[in-house]
Design a protein around this ligand. Sequence first.
Ligand code: HEC
Ligand code: HEC
Length: 340
Amino acid sequence: MNKRAVVILFIVGLVSVSFLVPEENKVLKFNYPESWPKPVYDFESNPLTQAKIDLGRKLFYDPILSKDNMISCASCHLSYTAFTHVDHALSHGVGDSIGVRNSMSLVNMAWSKHFMWDGAVNNLDVQALAPISNEDEMGENIVSVIQKLQDNNEYPALFSKAFGDTVISSQNLLRAIAQFELTFISANSKYDKVMRGEDQFTEQEARGYAFFKDKCASCHKEPLFTNGEFENNGLEIDPSLYDLGRFGITHRSLDSLKFKTPSLRNVEFSQPYMHDGRFTSLHEVMNHYSEGIHYSKTVSKHIGRGIALTEDNRVDVVAFMLTLTDKDFLFNQDLSFPRK
Ligand code: HEC
Ligand code: HEC
């Protein structure tokens, strides 16, 4: 065969191989609004495919990951409440055990560089190990989870479809869950529509937004509504929990009482609020910022001894925060309990 024929055959080969890749295994592009910052997640190390996302979704909703086969990730992270739980301040796990913190809302995870209220985890690809093994959450160990999945009549085939291997590994389990979580993108609230010029704020929302940009956005930074950092927003320590936040990880005094700034997207639905769920309404949160600040050395300079808010300011800022509700996200059928 001459050289030319070899080259042509090679190209024909490549083209036909790419046609043979099933749709569900093709690498997907991660889509997000153009005006947003670049995600921090390393997609090259875990390229998105529909088969992996679907597997992650099934796992996220499956109580098989817990010791008593009763608790799934979704028990504490419900899609229609912005992936947090709402009925209680501290999370409830296996055997009705009560955790020490409020569940977090899971939104725009691809932009997060720290996970958990104190940043105990720094990579989404390993995060799921924490709830699986936490005694007050799923109370299970990864070896036993893998065994249960391997013995299951559906999972070996699904892992094979997604990763080309019927032998289930913890790395692939964690990667699949991470892929599903990466699809939790909330970018279509009224706020987003106003920013795109498709809608308008009411006068009250516009006043709230102006106040918010002035006093709140240094930490709840647009467009994600978090700066991704740890901050002390002046909550008085709860003596029964004695939670020092970031200090527990770094043991540096300047981190005492600092917690990850939560995104405020869909905050209308993520009550109760704060790391221990101490406030049940946004009005209570406003009262906290205005006259509830417990001053200590690590309180942010943006808060000081309090952010003075008149009664009108409070109502306006709450009206603005309600524009962060994204119904397309909350009721997205691709994120809810898988029906098939
Ligand atoms: C019993 C309730 C409970 C269960 C079950 C649970 N979580 Fe959580 N989740 C929490 C709590 C509480 C936190 C905050 C933990 C902390 O700060 O120490 C959290 C935090 C997270 C975070 C960090 C979010 C951020 O922005 O930093 C992710 C991601 C997460 N959970 C995913 C999962 C996954 C995946 C599962 C299933 C494998 C799961 N969770 C199961 C209660 C739960
Ligand atoms: C210095 C940074 C900072 C500033 C300024 C700030 N916040 Fe926060 N905010 C935080 C942190 C950190 C938390 C979580 C604290 C915790 O749970 O320990 C939080 C929590 C919240 C929550 C609860 C969210 C949830 O899901 O639990 C709301 C609502 C909120 N802030 C609104 C505001 C508003 C409105 C303003 C302006 C009046 C404001 N914040 C100013 C850092 C800040």
